[in-house]
Design a protein around this ligand. Structure first.
Ligand code: UPG
Ligand code: MN
Length: 631
């Protein structure tokens, strides 16, 4: 018998401390997964979809398309006073403006005008902030219903294919260990293996990242069945071994204890191999290079004795960061073809019911200094095209390499929204909140962004939906393509991986491929902006799609936030710059997005103009108080 991981709760308890008291009712225990309410029941939230559920039941909903999520609204006893308070504040603010205008001090007119402008701005931005918040809605996936309807009794499944994208841009700045943990958590997620594929986009073109992925291909046949057999959470080994208390003899089965020790040992060795990768590659390359004629360039060599097409340790023309060929390599083939490519471990298996692994692909798009590569959006679009040729999953989810899947049910949860009878077909994307592991308890730089993730986003969920936030967001492939004419094949098995196929793959990740096309303008992730995420979401909402927000009691994903002041400020300045850029572009919320709902538009306006507030805060701070508020 499989025994559950002994200390599942530890990580969650730690994260549980972050939960918003407003969002979790007092009677919800951390660790319970059975409750449909997932923290939404109780004191503050009440079901908002009773009528719909009744109607679905009466019309035999259980046979047709099911209702796969529950929605909750804030209790009337809380919401109505809140709305009344907002109205009162509007009146108070107006009265204040009248008072300000009447009490002007003409001898310092210049200062007075500036401070009144500030007041008006604060009043206006407060309104922009409040308007979209009049009807917050919390939506909770019903994973049990999804299982009932889509997992078949013979062990197969009717669930749609998912392509998971991970982006990395540097093996040093973005530590390989975290990136590989992200990939391992994806390979181990609870989803039918033949319908799940993982793509790593490496913008540095480094052999180290490819070989690290090969190492993942060797460790995963042990890690993934271990997770499945013992329901391990989280399924990123670094977090599991670091944060979850080790099992104690006597409290768990001997089987589990033995397997745990074995996997931990193997993980330590896996880590050690990752640490040594740079060295291993350099030594190997030195040996190969020494066998070549004097004067030949020092190449970087792969384990199979061929030269690496990407960046070299000693950079040279066509082999340096920012200038190298496009590369696509399948590390683990589709499970229907058996994948191990000689990398199988000889050790005995863990004995889980399913030991197969999802497909794993390495992609590094071509780089050339004469092209603009459009940063992350360019990388994501290259993945979008490459994956279309391989697995062509109907759904797509992307992660920054410093995030990982923290809850193995996360993908199924997002799918609940995509397949739901009500909004399913019209839902373009499902965004999850971003949570972080490494923030100090006082959260001194506001990394958790609680008001945004647990307030603003729930508010938008009651409108057209949350905005796309860059990571942890599942898309419908069609919504990214726009043009429904693009091929949407639904074969589960990818085409044969022969030379012609790889040539085609390399073509779609070449620099020139998306030039003079709609890629980055109307198709895929949007270019020419520091915050591709908000604009991409805006474009999709503007076409009339909706999005949904998925909160889970056990956080779906977890990541690493910048925890020193310089990095954090840099991030905030980048975001603010991107917002203003959007305001001054044709994606200005006042003019763009034909089918945007009115209040959704207000919310996007707020997201683009908020940085202006900092100017008035500065002016206020510098102003002598008797000028700002003359009596
Ligand atoms: O040329 C590039 C630049 C970045 N990235 C990847 O993009 C991701 C995000 O970059 P990062 O520097 O970590 O930005 P953050 O400030 O942490 O990212 C937040 O803000 C970005 C802009 O709004 C969003 O894209 C992110 O998803 C969101 O997490 C990382 O995985 C990078 O590897 C690339 O793949 N290629
Ligand atoms: Mn990041």
């Amino acid at each position: 018998m499989a025994s559950p991981a002994p200390a599942n709760g530890v990580v969650y308890a730690a994260n549980g401390g972050l939960l918003d008291p407003l969002l979790v009712s007092a009677d919800d225990r951390v660790g319970s997964t059975k409750k449909a309410g997932h923290g939404a029941k109780g004191k503050y939230w009440v079901p908002a979809d009773k009528a719909e559920r009744r109607a679905a039941k009466e019309s035999g909903g259980e046979d047709g398309r099911a209702l796969l999520f529950r929605s909750y609204k804030v209790k009337g006893t809380l919401l109505h006073p809140y709305r009344a308070l907002i109205c009162m504040r509007v009146i108070a603010v107006l009265l204040f403006f009248i008072w300000r205008i009447k009490h002007n001090k003409s001898d310092v007119m210049w200062f007075w005008t500036l401070s009144v402008a500030g007041d008006v701005w604060f009043g206006f931005s407060w309104l922009l902030n409040q308007l979209p918040k009049f009807n917050p809605v919390k939506t909770i996936p019903d994973i049990a219903a999804l299982k009932r309807h889509y997992d078949l009794p013979d062990g197969t499944s009717r669930l749609p294919g998912i392509d998971v994208f991970v982006t990395t841009a540097d093996p040093i700045d973005e530590p390989i260990l975290y990136t590989m943990n992200c990939v391992l958590s994806i390979l181990a997620v609870d989803y039918p293996v033949d319908r799940l594929s993982c793509y790593l986009s490496d913008d540095s073109g480094a052999l180290m990242l490819y070989e690290a992925l090969v190492e993942v291909g060797k460790f995963a046949p042990l890690w993934v069945p271990f997770c499945r057999k013992y329901s391990i959470e989280p399924r990123a080994p670094e977090s599991y071994f670091e944060h979850v208390a080790p099992p104690q003899a006597g409290r768990v089965t001997q089987d589990f204890l033995n397997d745990y020790r074995r996997v931990q040992l193997e993980y330590d060795e896996f880590r050690a191999r990752l640490d040594k990768l740079a060295d291993t590659i350099r030594k190997r390359s030195d040996v190969y290079n020494s066998m070549r004629a004097e004067g030949d360039q020092k190449a970087t060599w792969m384990a199979n004795g061929t030269q690496w097409p990407g960046t070299w340790i000693d950079p040279t023309e066509n082999h340096r960061k920012g200038h190298h060929a496009g590369i696509a390599k399948v590390v683990l083939d589709h499970p229907s073809r058996g994948h191990h490519d000689g990398s199988e471990t000889n050790s005995p298996s863990i004995g889980a019911t399913d030991e197969r692994l999802p497909m794993l692909v390495y992609v590094s798009r071509e780089k050339n200094p004469s092209y603009d590569h459009n940063k992350k959006a360019g990388a994501l679009n290259a993945q979008l095209r490459a994956s279309a040729l391989i697995s062509n999953g109907q759904l797509i989810i992307n992660f920054d390499c410093d995030h990982y899947i923290n809850n193995s049910q996360a993908l199924r949860s997002a799918v609940c929204f995509m397949l739901d009878q009500r909004d399913g077909d019209n839902t373009a994307f499902v965004q999850f909140p971003q949570r972080f592991d490494n923030v100090d308890p006082t959260d001194r730089y506001g990394n958790h962004n609680r008001v945004f993730f647990d307030g603003t986003m729930l508010a938008l969920n009651g409108l057209q939906g949350p905005s796309y936030l860059g990571t942890g967001c599942m898309f419908r492939r069609l919504a990214l393509y726009v043009s429904k004419a693009l091929k949407q094949e639904r074969t589960i098995t990818p085409p044969p991986l022969d030379d012609t196929f790889f040539a085609e793959l390399e073509r779609v990740v070449s620099c020139a491929f998306d030039k003079e096309t709609d890629w980055g303008k109307g198709v895929g992730y949007i270019y020419d902006i520091a915050t591709e995420d908000i604009v991409t979401g805006f474009r999709i909402h503007g076409q009339g799609w909706r999005s949904l927000y998925c909160t889970m009691e056990h956080d779906a994903f977890c990541g690493i936030a910048p925890i020193n002041l310089t990095e954090r400020l840099h991030q905030i300045v980048r975001w603010s710059g991107g917002s203003l850029e959007m305001f001054f572009s044709h994606n200005n919320p006042l003019i763009g997005g034909k089918k945007l709902w009115l209040i959704q538009r207000v919310s996007y306006l707020n997201m683009t103009v908020y940085p202006v507030t900092s100017i008035f805060i500065l002016i206020y701070a510098l102003q002598p108080s008797d000028v700002a508020y003359p009596c």
